[in-house]
Design a protein around this ligand. Sequence first.
Ligand code: GRF
Length: 217
Amino acid sequence: MKRIVVLISGRGSNMEALVRACAAERWPARVVAVISHRPDAAGLAHARAQGIATAVVDHRAHATREAFDQALHEAVAAHAPDLVALAGFMRVLGPTFVRAWSGRLLNIHPSLLPAFPGLHTHRRALEAGCKVAGATVHFVTEALDHGPIVIQSAVPVHADDTEDSLAARVLATEHLIYPRAVRWFVEGALLVDGAQVRQRDGQAQWLMAPDLPSPAR
Ligand code: GRF
């Protein structure tokens, strides 16, 4: 049984998707803890209701980024995870934390990386006039929102999209691709060679939104 720790900042819908798929698909794994840097993260209550251990490492209680990273590292390490999954975790993690969990640290980012690392991805995609948007699951490296890409989803950008409507369309695909990526990880089905990640059995490492509209004629 592989042990998964999920780090969240807020709502935790990606964490919920992982917990649900882990049970429904009988992964050889268990989500052993959900940890947040915010005591008010809504996802913590959901995790508790599922009987999952939770912890809070409040970033405001630590004077420096290094001290926070160290406290977070200790909280994570206490659960001896095989995988640490960042799921809407909105703090930048320092090099010491990232190095300690390197190869065992996944993130989901709501853009088609390497486009739009950082915040406000949907707003920036709309402003740039993108016609396609999406999400990326990747191994975490020291460069923010970079690292070997495991799987990506793509959705159309509609002419009348707002930041919220686009975010919702992308989020629905996040809930599909993150469980897929984590399942591959816990099954040992990911082959990493530098920047290249291959799924051992050749499964598709992309997901196109199923509701592609036909072009108007
Ligand atoms: C997701 O879109 C995630 O990719 C981004 O923030 C959002 C978090 O949503 N980083 P949730 O907390 O998983 O519901």
